[in-house]
Design a protein around this ligand. Structure first.
Ligand SMILES: NC(=O)c1ccc[n+]([C@@H]2O[C@H](COP(=O)([O-])OP(=O)(O)OC[C@H]3O[C@@H](n4cnc5c(N)ncnc54)[C@H](O)[C@@H]3O)[C@@H](O)[C@H]2O)c1
Length: 440
């Protein structure tokens, strides 16, 4: 099948590559010339496990190509995926300018029937806006061409994106036309062999499903962070509580880890956007506001603990920081808790020596000349002459470090752990002062 994917970021590139992997002829288009040039030269602009090999193999086999040429891209595919960004607008609602620009581009260049598939996370009613935009463009061209718009939200997780796309829990297809459902079922059949994963529904419900999924997961995290803070006041251990409730199959163990807040390109913006959508229709989504507020507060928890430890005087102090990406196995630092901590520490007069296995380049891009931030080559380099270590992201290589070696680098054996990676008793016996989340 001939497929075009608009947007070659985390979602578009994974979508295009996985669709090429099963034999389709895929053309990925992006307005970022630099990105397309890199991809054409076999370089992957993001870190996603397994992606580089798959992109190279499919590119070399001629099934996966990259372009900035929009008319060529529209001409290419029967299926036109929209996988461009939907960042928050100033008021927190999803900014649809990139999605609607793609809709205009498709209508401007199409000469036959197209299935326009919205994979970006977009508010309810966006498919209608895409349709309207396309109709207006076609009318201005004096053309009466048929097209369908489908909502097909993406549920992949950065860090496990290929697996999630190749073996999805579900494939949500929102259409108002049975013919389109059949076309999409055919396209997705290679990912659907083991059992039927397709959940077909109306477009508005499909659009809402994506926000519902992310908001539910964010709610679990904020709930647990709220209880972690409460546990500290009550002298309870949140890790015991986590296991106590996770064992209940109605609750489950996933997404109930207490920590220093959620980040990334999805949860923060999607919770905000859903809350704004509710407000637009006159509904006050109180739970969503609370989820967002709890998370904003939680992102400051590590700084507050550090500040309290030093009685409000951080000037001249140096902190090692492990983990810049918003979660392990990605280089994505969008809305990462590390950014809140780095900026707060530096504002308070401290120096930060940061290390991350994959996000150093991204940190350089975000902070090209932030005075007080030193990006380090490895875990021990970051610890050199630091007053304490702060752990922000739970990369596997931080789970069982050489604590004796670490002591030789740190000025004093002190750890602020935003991810509860270690056992407090063990840390005490190793001679560390260990401050974590929701436990003593
Ligand atoms: N990142 C995730 O884990 C994830 C998961 C599920 C859904 N989503 C959703 O998918 C969408 C894309 O997210 P992302 O993380 O891949 O974003 P991204 O920022 O990594 O990539 C978006 C790409 O679109 C390109 N672009 C913008 N306008 C364009 C245009 N007119 N034509 C062609 N390309 C254009 C940009 O240059 C960029 O490369 C968002 O709506 C997001 O909420 C993201």
């Amino acid at each position: 099948m001939k497929i075009t994917v608009f947007g070659s970021g985390y979602v578009g590139l994974v979508t295009g590559t996985c669709l090429a992997e099963v034999g389709n002829d895929v053309l990925c288009v992006d307005i970022d010339k630099n990105k397309i040039e890199q991809l054409n030269n076999g370089k992957i602009p993001i870190y996603e496990p397994g992606l580089e090999t798959m992109v190279k193999e499919n590119h070399n086999a001629g099934r996966l190509n990259f372009t900035t040429n929009i008319s060529e891209a529209v001409e290419h595919g029967l299926f036109q995926f929209i996988a461009v960004g939907t960042p928050p607008d100033e008021d927190g609602s999803a900014d649809l300018q990139y999605v609607l620009t793609v809709a205009t581009s498709i209508a401007e260049h199409m000469n036959d029937y197209k299935v326009v598939i919205d994979k970006s996370t977009v508010p309810v009613g966006t498919a209608d806006r895409v349709k309207k935009t396309m109709v207006e463009k076609l009318v201005s061209r004096g053309k009466n061409l048929e097209f369908d718009v489908v909502s097909n939200p993406e549920f992949l997780k950065e860090g496990a994106a290929i697996d999630d796309f190749m073996k999805p829990d579900r494939i949500v297809i929102g259409t108002d036309n049975p013919r389109t459902t059949e076309l999409l079922k055919a396209m997705y059949s290679p990912f659907n062999r083991n059992h039927d994963r397709i959940i077909a529904m109306d477009i508005r419900s499909a659009e809402l499903t994506k926000y519902a999924a992310n908001s539910m997961l964010a709610t679990k995290i904020s709930f647990m962070n709220e209880l972690a803070n409460l546990a500290e006041h009550l002298g309870a251990n949140i890790e015991h509580v986590r296991q106590g409730i996770g064992s209940d199959s109605r609750i489950g163990y996933s997404f109930i880890y207490p920590g220093c807040g959620y980040g990334g390109s999805c949860f923060p913006k999607d919770v905000k956007a859903l809350e704004r959508t509710a407000r637009e229709v006159g509904y006050n989504a109180e739970l969503l506001s609370a989820v967002e507020n709890v998370n904003d507060r939680q992102k400051k928890v590590l700084f507050n603990k550090i500040n309290q430890y030093y009685q409000g005087d951080l000037s001249g102090k140096t902190f090692a920081l492990w983990g810049l990406s918003f979660k392990p196995n990605t280089d994505d630092m969008r809305e990462a808790p590390s950014r809140v901590l780095i900026e707060a520490l530096i504002n308070a007069g401290a120096t930060v020596r940061a290390y991350d296995p994959e996000a150093i380049e991204e940190a350089k891009r975000i902070y090209p000349d932030l005075k007080g931030l030193i990006l380090c080559d490895d875990t021990c380099d970051a610890l050199d002459d630091a007053d304490a270590l702060c752990i922000v992201t739970e990369w596997k290589k931080f789970w069982s470090p050489d604590f004796e070696e670490m002591k030789r680098h740190l000025k004093q054996p002190l750890i602020f752990d935003g991810r509860n990676l270690y056992d407090p008793e063990q840390m005490k016996s190793l001679g560390y002062e260990y401050i974590s989340i929701g436990r003593e």
